[in-house]
Design a protein around this ligand. Structure first.
Ligand code: TXA
Ligand code: MG
Length: 357
């Protein structure tokens, strides 16, 4: 065990002395967790093989799962990316800093320890003053996966990082709650047609404004075992709360009645069901531990609260979780992708009146 220092900063104007010190830790091979606009990241020097090895160890993550290199200015891209197509320059102009990660062929400067043995490298520029200040102070290239223990929901608060990594890393920079709450969109630009490997706040429609074509990795749909997702990290059962989670699809009233019956059944045998509902539906349930993720009219609230709510269910030690589905217009793909992974793709469809004969 090492001592993990926890330091609060103003997320809009982080203290330059703190950021300088944190950057020094990374430059000398240490690990610092920091806020980004998506989720908290666990940062090490992306150009140092030993730092990446430490990241895998702290997270308990398989070392074939590549890390994202975070940069603070677009011109720094060329040191780690061997080819940068024009489309990438256009995407960087529109979406950086922001929740978009792009994959390029790597240069020899990037150690295989950072890319999980791949010849490609993932790069993004986060939209967060503390993250950008840290990257600059650390020398420009911060490898950072989400700052959770492997298999746990990604952290949206510094307290989540401490829960998972206290005693395993040098420092945690507390910048309060993140803005988006789901990890960045990943687009692979090493193929002739760009492919989305992980959906995020930058939607396919937003990418289409800049790309002639953009496909979605068929492995993401998760219905066909013969096509594993292409991003190694998307293959693992991820984002998972400790209790088994089931997504219940259908009309509001029918979903509530179905889940209520199961929650009452669970209580009879000394179990406790967690129910992931929304502001609009929370009042329809009468049993179990009911948590609202936010209003259905605000998809950004739903995205922002998803991981935190899953962690809360863990803390309350529920024995099973039932979740409504959240097919929202722009971020719905990203939200449902994470929820389906958390559920290990267990989905029940409750027929509504219209479905019945
Ligand atoms: O929003 C985010 O992207 C956050 C914050 C901290 O920036 N980071 C993050 O990192 O989500 P991580 O390590 O939890 O997820 C990175 C994903 C993994 O699924 C990994 O397999 C994929 O990116 N990935 C990284 N490099 C890749 C590559 N060269 N080819 C294919 N997939 C890659
Ligand atoms: Mg992660």
């Amino acid at each position: 065990m090492m001592k993990t220092e926890l330091i609060k900063v103003d997320p809009k104007r982080p203290d330059p002395r703190v950021m300088e010190r944190a950057g020094g830790i990374i430059r000398s091979g240490g690990l610092v967790a920091f806020p980004t606009e998506t989720v908290y990241g666990l940062g090490g020097d992306g150009l140092r093989a030993d730092s990446s090895a430490k990241i895998y160890q702290a997270k308990g993550r398989p070392s074939d799962n590549p890390l994202i290199i975070h940069i603070a200015k677009t011109s720094d891209l060329y040191r780690v990316a061997a080819q940068v197509p024009d489309e990438a320059v256009a995407l960087a102009k529109s979406f950086w800093p922001g929740p978009l990660t792009m994959i390029f062929p790597k240069t020899s400067e990037v150690p295989y320890e950072t890319t999980g043995g791949l010849d490609s490298v993932a790069v993004r520029m986060p939209d967060h003053p503390a993250a950008l200040a840290l990257i600059r102070a650390a020398g420009g290239y911060v490898a950072a996966p989400s700052a959770n223990r492997s298999g746990r929901p990604s952290p949206t608060l510094a307290a989540h990082v401490a829960e998972d990594l206290d005693g395993k890393i040098d420092m945690i920079i507390d910048g309060g709650m993140v803005g988006i709450g789901l990890e960045s969109t990943i687009v692979d630009l090493t193929e002739r047609t760009p492919v989305i490997l992980r959906p995020g706040a930058v939607s396919r429609e937003m990418l289409r404004a800049h790309l002639e074509r953009v496909d979605v990795d068929p492995g993401l749909l998760g219905t066909d075992d013969s096509r594993p997702p292409r991003a190694p990290g998307m293959r693992y059962r991820h984002y998972a709360p400790r209790a088994p989670l089931v997504i219940v699809e259908g009309a509001e009233a029918e979903v509530a009645a179905y889940v209520d019956a199961l929650a009452r059944e669970a209580e009879k045998t000394g179990q406790r069901a967690g129910i992931l509902a929304s502001d609009e539906t929370a009042g329809l349930y009468t049993a179990g531990l009911i948590k609202s993720i936010g209003s259905r009219v605000s998809e950004s609230d739903i995205a922002r609260h998803l991981y935190q709510t899953l962690r809360e269910f863990d803390q309350e030690q529920v024995t099973c979780i039932y979740s409504e589905a959240f097919h929202t217009p722009s971020m719905g793909q990203a939200i449902m992708n994470r929820l389906l992974k958390a559920a290990g793709h267990r989905v029940v469809r409750v027929p509504d009146d219209g479905d019945r004969d």
